[in-house]
Ligand binder design. Sequence first.
Ligand code: ATP
Ligand code: BTN
Length: 324
Amino acid sequence: MSKSSELVRGSLLSILANSEFHSGEALGKKLGISRAAISNHIKVLISLGLDIYSVTGKGYCLAQPLTLLNLDKIRETTISSHNAEIEVLNVIGSTNQYLKDLSVAVKNGHTCLAEAQTAGRGRHGRKWVSPYAASLYLSMHWSFSGGYSVLGGLSLAVGVAIVDALNQCGVQGIQLKWPNDIYAQGKKLAGVLIEVEGQIGSGCQAIIGVGLNVALPTNIEEIGQPWIDLAHLTEPLINRNLLAGTLISELTKSLMLFENNGLEPFISKWRALDVYANQAVKLIIGKQSITGINRGIDASGAILLETEQGIKAYHGGEVSVRPI
Ligand code: ATP
Ligand code: BTN
């Protein structure tokens, strides 16, 4: 995608953002390009997941108003103890991959956000549906001293941080599904993907990725499981910049706490948010599955499953939980 096309589409979107009709001719005049070029740019924007429709004689209209990410506005709501860089990007493959590919050393809390991802990913290489300006796609870098073992339960601490950020923005009733999902009304609202790199004997670098649905378009592609967005939970819709600043702040505070105290300060909060607490569930471990009662988490963040043989702890990685 050429830089100039991206700039034109950015300008086009800032005009369409108010969700009013704009004729192809008026748009062409404002941007100094032909109506045919406008029509081509609109096609690309639709392919990125934007819900733009056209009505003969009236022009183009966005189905819902858009708030584009704005670094100054994000910074306005980010706590001062976050002293690392925040990068706001347009369309990229994956924010996690972007931070992984940075060749320079970055500070703890270095964050990038994108308007859309073309290769957004979840655990086990699954796809994260990432349409334009419809969600938050955010990744934060954090280096930990000590080996991989110090990161046990990190996704649970991050889940609690996300719930705290949402509560602060006025969204209540959020729950957590072990080990990395954020739920509302029994459906998936957000997911956490933590990717770790490091050498034996030295520290490890974590990239903490969060995808949080804000207002997914009505013409969304198949997600493959029940999902929800903030548009179905709050009225008026939360401003994405305020949400991004609050999320960066809560992640920063929680990662500092986790670095110093581990999972312990998050355990009781996590247990109170467990979406399947004391319910019958199935644990899927590779090709195997075990049913039992979900008895929450232990001090290390492992899930506790009660079966006729007693209560046994299962650690993350390959394990998935499903209700029955
Ligand atoms: P697990 O219990 O193993 O975490 P999961 O189905 O939640 O299972 P993940 O890898 O955590 O799997 O998340 C990826 C899955 O999330 C995708 O396979 C898809 O079902 C779902 N998904 C993808 N995009 C979105 C989205 N924008 N909103 C909600 N859910 C999504
Ligand atoms: C999951 O539920 O499996 C985790 C989904 C994580 C998605 C986010 S979006 C920002 C970051 N970049 C990615 O490619 N994935 C994470």
